[in-house]
Design a protein around this ligand. Structure first.
Ligand SMILES: Cc1cc2nc3c(=O)[nH]c(=O)nc-3n(C[C@H](O)[C@H](O)[C@H](O)COP(=O)(O)OP(=O)(O)OC[C@H]3O[C@@H](n4cnc5c(N)ncnc54)[C@H](O)[C@@H]3O)c2cc1C
Length: 333
């Protein structure tokens, strides 16, 4: 990333919409910086359902969340946008010369002629396991996401959760792990229809109700033993990895403080995906308009519209759209 460089566009958010936007801006020959708050791309798909099958994205009869994000990343990287990860955009200001200043939580400033907001509703942080020793094992073998069941191949895995997400993770892990134990501190699973429980009962997953994890024990490589309380009786379980899910906290993107009109913290846009601030456009789950669908494919088409609008904002004589990409590889640059 270049110092004091003024990009044609800064894209805020590297979820499915932002990744696709960062490919499409190349098609319109716009210099691009993509800023993602977390360390990973893919947004909600990567964070909440990488292991699940998705059936409603055109040309993919079925695709896992992980694979879809991988393909979007590949498409984005083919366009070589500049990228920044691990920085949350906190402020966007328009200077008198119509250049936007984008400030992140690391105190860094980036400059652009246009902005495309692809930040969904913000960033989600998984609630951590509230045991004093838990931080010792985070980043080792205590996980708050199931990114890829493949990483747990042939391991003994424990999932600790009270709701449907824990069941989904356990069922995905059953395909790769040597053994899956599902601990629930209650005697039922929240937000879970009976047919899911029936499906769970047909698996080899060892489901243990009223089991509360009270202590973790391990070494420098990670945790290896869970202390579990069942109705006042203490037991120990050996495990190679622990996945914990309780809930998420949402940090909302502060659109209003950037002068952007919103409805329930979603950005109001016109049919060109323009916000009320000239030069700022938006796409994906971040936006709101009548009959809006919050879907991956919707984000892709909105991204195309937002990029085309940004292009016309920069150069009113530009063509309204790219009519065909069949010559794209030949004409790149
Ligand atoms: C459980 C579940 C199942 C779903 N199933 C389907 C399905 O089967 N089919 C389908 O089409 N859709 C499905 N959806 C909806 C789909 O996931 C969303 O429509 C899609 O993920 C929206 O993508 P996005 O990139 O617009 O937003 P997000 O995925 O929310 O990505 C936004 C990104 O912006 C980043 N960000 C936020 N604020 C900032 C900031 N200030 N600075 C920098 N970065 C920031 C975030 O970290 C995130 O990476 C499902 C959703 C859920 C929750």
């Amino acid at each position: 990333m270049r110092n004091n460089y003024i990009y044609d566009v800064v894209i805020v958010g590297g979820g499915t919409t932002g990744l696709y936007t960062s490919f499409y801006t190349k098609l319109r020959k716009m210099t691009t910086l993509l800023i993602e708050a977390t360390s990973d791309f893919g947004g909600k798909v990567a964070q909440f359902y990488p292991e699940k099958h998705i059936y409603d994205v055109g040309a993919h009869p079925v695709v896992s969340g992980e694979e879809l994000v991988g393909r979007l990343l590949e498409q984005s990287q083919s366009a070589e946008p500049e990228v920044v990860t691990g920085e949350f955009v906190e402020q966007i200001r328009k200077r008198e010369n119509d250049i936007f200043e984008v400030e992140t939580n690391s105190g860094k400033l980036y400059m652009a002629r246009t902005i495309i907001l692809a930040s969904g509703m913000g960033t989600y942080q998984m609630k951590p396991l509230r045991l004093t020793e838990a931080p010792l094992y985070e980043g080792k073998n205590l996980h708050y996401h199931l990114k890829s069941p493949e990483k747990f191949r042939d391991l003994r895995v424990t999932v600790y959760a009270m709701n449907r997400t824990g069941i989904d993770w356990a069922m995905a892990l059953e395909k790769t792990a040597k053994e899956v134990v599902l601990l629930n501190q209650q005697d039922y699973f929240l937000y879970t229809p009976p047919q899911v429980i029936e499906a769970l009962e047909k698996t080899s997953i060892q489901v243990k109700y009223n089991h509360k994890v009270t202590k973790l024990m391990g070494n420098s490589r990670g945790l290896h033993t869970l202390f579990v309380d069942q109705d006042g009786m203490e037991m120990m379980y050996e495990t190679d990895a622990l996945l914990y899910y309780e809930n998420v906290n949402l940090t909302q993107t502060p659109f209003i403080s950037w002068g952007i009109e919103t409805d329930k913290n979603k950005v109001l846009v016109d049919h060109g995906m323009a916000t009320n601030v000239p030069g700022i456009f938006a796409a994906g789950d971040a936006v709101q308009y009548p009959k809006k669908n919050m879907l991956i494919a919707t984000g892709f088409t909105e991204a195309i519209t937002a990029v085309n609008s940004a292009k016309l904002y920069l150069d009113p004589s530009a063509s309204a759209q790219v009519y065909s990409t069949i010559e794209y590889q030949k004409n790149r640059g």
